[in-house]
Design a protein around this ligand. Structure first.
Ligand SMILES: [Zn+2]
Ligand SMILES: [Zn+2]
Length: 181
């Protein structure tokens, strides 16, 4: 049986006879007669679950795409910025600034776009800021602090970066997890 992800938790399952059924995995629903008429948990739903577990098709909420961070093919969120699991930043993560090599600590990941946030009172957006020119203008803005400053974390100045400029410090270690549910 061949399984193809169709988005929003739905998968097409084609059998050897060329019939195609649609499985809705979050709803545990299938269009085949076994399921529709007899109300049984069918082999199509089981097949989709297996394919997802093995990382051959994306889990519900994910799609196959190109990660903005590492530019590798990965399962990325269906909605929201396309970062693989290894490249997606969370508050508290240590990251490397790709431009300077500095270690930074992620303070927050915002919903705002790089071209919609001003850098200090420069009148320039994060996207237009000189050293950020190579990064996507619609990147979410990530606020970071420098981890080895003198003040307490709350007192430290926050700096805004486009997400793709920051490389998670443990990216190499978690790359093996890319594609898991
Ligand atoms: Zn079925
Ligand atoms: Zn990535």
């Amino acid at each position: 049986m061949a399984v193809t992800a169709r988005g929003e938790g739905r998968y097409e399952v084609a059998n050897r006879e060329g019939r195609t059924y649609v499985v809705d995995l979050p709803e545990s629903d299938c269009t085949c007669p076994d399921h529709r008429i007899r109300g049984q948990s069918c082999k199509h739903i089981r097949r989709v679950a297996i394919e997802v577990t093995r990382g051959r098709v994306p889990a519900p909420g994910k799609v196959r795409g190109t990660c903005r961070g590492c530019e590798g093919e990965a399962f990325v969120p269906e909605d929201g910025p396309a970062y693989c699991r290894g490249c997606r930043l969370e508050p508290g993560d240590l990251a490397t600034d790709r431009e300077t090599g500095d270690a930074v600590l992620v303070a927050s990941v915002t919903d705002e776009r790089a071209d919609g946030v001003e850098v200090g009172d420069t009148g320039q957006s994060v996207a237009d800021y000189e050293t950020n020119e190579g990064y996507p203008r619609d990147d979410p803005v990530v606020e970071v602090v420098y981890p080895f400053g003198g003040a307490t974390l709350e007192e430290r100045r926050r700096y805004s970066f486009p997400h793709s400029r920051l490389l998670p410090r443990d990216a190499a270690l978690v790359d093996a997890d890319v594609g898991e549910a």
